[in-house]
Design a protein around this ligand. Sequence first.
Ligand code: ARG
Length: 462
Amino acid sequence: MAKSEKSWEKRLSGEPDPLTVNFVESLSHDTRLYKYDIAGSIAHARMLGDQKFITRDEFKEIKDGLLEISEEISCGRFKFDKTYEDIHMAIEAALVAKIGDTAKKLHTGRSRNDQVATDIRLWMRDEIELLQAGITGLQKAFVKLAANYSDDVMPSYTHLQRAQPIVIGMYLLSFVEQFERDFLRLGNCSKLLNISPLGCGAIAGSTLALDRKSTASQLGFSDICYNSIDATSDRDFCAEFIFDCALIGAHLSRLSEDWILFSSNEFGFVKISDSFCTSSSMMPQKRNPDVLELIRGKTGSVYGSLMAMLTILKGQPSGYNRDLQEDKVHVFSACDSVKACVEIARAIVGNTKFNIKKIAAGLDKGFLDATGLAEYLVVRGVAFREAHGIVGALVADCEGQDKSLAELSLDDFKRHCDKIEQDVYEHLGASNLVGKYVTEGAAGPRQAKEQVAYWMSELAKR
Ligand code: ARG
């Protein structure tokens, strides 16, 4: 649309420079807000009708026109033109073209500043629901897999060195916990953002008696923003949303890193289904975990969006500034990436198998039972620090003889500590030891089964 066609604008002389047109437009990324923009406009128009700023018939004309435009956009018939700047202006201009002068009443008491703030909140509220559903699906996939492996033992790692034995089920459920916090964080973000800025205008509200509570309730907001200056410039929720996405990414990325390592020949712990691997253009033997690597990589991009969003906010004076238009670039990009990652992670988890035999064959390496042995001594009256020293010396002996602790004779043990008796062998070996874990939340088979049952019933409610 040429400048002259923006019939309501009389302030600026002449046409905008084409450079300006291309530079200020946001239509190339904000068209996805159209449904929310139209819903917001219909609510606003209905309220204008109720408050007698427009007639009932005018409201109906506006509403029908907007619904037609919505239909045109959704089936791809709508012609987007960058000179309209953004989705809000594009729809308004299309309404003027469609129904004429009545359309010019729609923007009564409204600014693009409260309009765009309303649209992003509505969009984000829906996206959070979708993302939460994705997370629930992913959690369910983990729980299902954990149920298959609640008795099978694997090594745990700290500093990527063998630590203590754990059951695989409990390892898998550790991700369910992480994603549960992500789920709750998103829910909290949704609760905080679900208040309506509509009716706050450009910054100061309006001299017209707009019924803000009416538009808020029509749009499903739980309340209205009570400060028009804050309402039109607040993007806390955008930063928070991207942060929530970034943490989901962090969790997915750590999972990816684990499974990239675990699927290597060096570990050989898991087999990721061929459907989620790619081959090499040159090396015929290759079976690469590219999907997991891309999840890890995309997480880096989401962190970038978070930094960008925070930086966009930091230097702005109070009130709306056009800088804020850049929020959507990063919010959309973070959302799209994380949604895609969650979806494919769920499919991968649902199709991964642990190589129990290979894992079991290596369990006597790395002294996974050393801490358990120290605790055995504690129960027999040895102070923990002393027990730590005794077991440390035993491990050093074993290393010299290339043996595991379970392979030492009772005499070998007695030489280090006379409190050790024949029953020590029940505490040695990774598989024996996991059955001895008694603390709540420990990584043993009893706890794994309890937690699988808990999560199954909990997630079934969603
Ligand atoms: N597309 C703009 C945005 O995303 C709409 C607001 C423009 N407002 C203004 N006063 N120029 O923020």
